[in-house]
Design a protein around this ligand. Sequence first.
Ligand code: B12
Length: 216
Amino acid sequence: MIDKDIIAEATEQLVAQNKEKVLEIANKVIADGGDPMELMNQAFIPGINKVGDLFGRGQLFLPELMVAADAMQAATDVINAALAAKGGQQEKKSKVMLATVKGDVHDIGKCIVVSLMRANGITVFDLGRDVDTDTIVEQAIKEDVDIIGTSALLTTTMGQQKNLEQALKSAGLRDKFKTMVGGAPVTGRWAARIGADAYAEDAQDGVVKVKELLSA
Ligand code: B12
């Protein structure tokens, strides 16, 4: 367990957009043997969510959101490197393709999902962000993946997840791949409505859902 004062300090420094402090705390916690996902889930995700709320309420503006996002990205890089160092036996059976959908550049959460899946031995093809449906389908065929996971952080880009379901159906490929959706505005109801096979609330849940989908 990471000390709760350190957790509180990490959250506070991220909300204060202090990248230097955020990095210092992240590096120290990892060096001291702290759990990288605990730090992410207990400190940095609540911190960036608070930043998002302040932005949504007009109490913080885009330049500040961008500085906070940069600090969050830097913290995520430290966490992801720590997860990668932990390794994970690559069991070639499960192959997942992940992408943030077209029109959406939010990729911090998707990158955490990529790292945690890899740390759990899942082979992940990361297509990055702002990826159009045709590219996702083409690459999924090329890499012969089992699951396609998409991330959407904007209410205006969630529709791309529905487009993917439709594109797979009209290409006669819907049964070839399982699909999984995630992102802050995405819900289990949305997944059910568009016909996706699974919804994951966070990276840990994503790993669980991959295992469930592949054993189904
Ligand atoms: C950081 C951030 C940015 C950064 C993104 C940097 C980056 N490289 O990602 C920057 C500054 C670039 C940005 C830009 C914009 N943003 Co912004 N942003 C955020 C913020 C504060 C945090 C997002 C984040 O990183 N969260 C932390 C991660 C860890 O959480 P997550 O992404 O949800 O991911 C977790 C889970 O959802 C899940 N998950 C996610 N994807 C997937 C996929 C799969 C397959 C699985 C299994 C799981 C999974 O696992 C992850 C880990 O646990 C959110 C607020 C919020 N609370 O979401 C606003 C927010 C999403 N942004 C918003 C807006 C409006 C914008 C802009 C339009 C602002 C503008 N005027 O330009 C632009 C849009 C640019 C674009 N075209 O995409 C709004 C969206 C509102 C809406 N109704 O759609 C929000 C909600 C802020 C707000 N309250 O108004 N943003």
